[in-house]
Design a binder for this molecule. Sequence first.
Ligand code: RB5
Length: 146
Amino acid sequence: MKVAIGSDHGGFAQKEQLRSYLEEQGHDVVDHGCFSEESVDYPDYAAPVARAVASGEADCGVLVCGTGIGMALAAGKVAGIRAANVTRPDFARLAREHNDANVVTLSGRFVDVGTNKDILDEFLSTDFLGGRHEVRVAKMMELEHL
Ligand code: RB5
């Protein structure tokens, strides 16, 4: 899969490990930064990842900050993005199956890298179920026009 990845300083260390993990699995990963632990602003990194997904340049996005919360809020402002802040693997599966999430946001400070790898495994290998969820997701996306 084509994966756009990004982080702020709070997620930098894990972003580096997760990018390597995804590359080892054969994914085509584009890293949108940041590239050090120097303090930065998470919306500056959520934006290019979200735009890459919204434009179809990437199949999905992975964003890491201290909690994953700021990244989810910022990425979700971009039209077409359904960003889920995920802290456990089963929620990653449900975010795909039920919500058709196209960006997963992770905590680099409160969730260990092994769990985040398991979250990515679930996120990248699970398909949207469609059916009754299709209607709900369509209604959710209509909210962009309010
Ligand atoms: C940075 O200190 C921290 O606020 C950020 O990484 C993130 O957790 C925001 O949601």
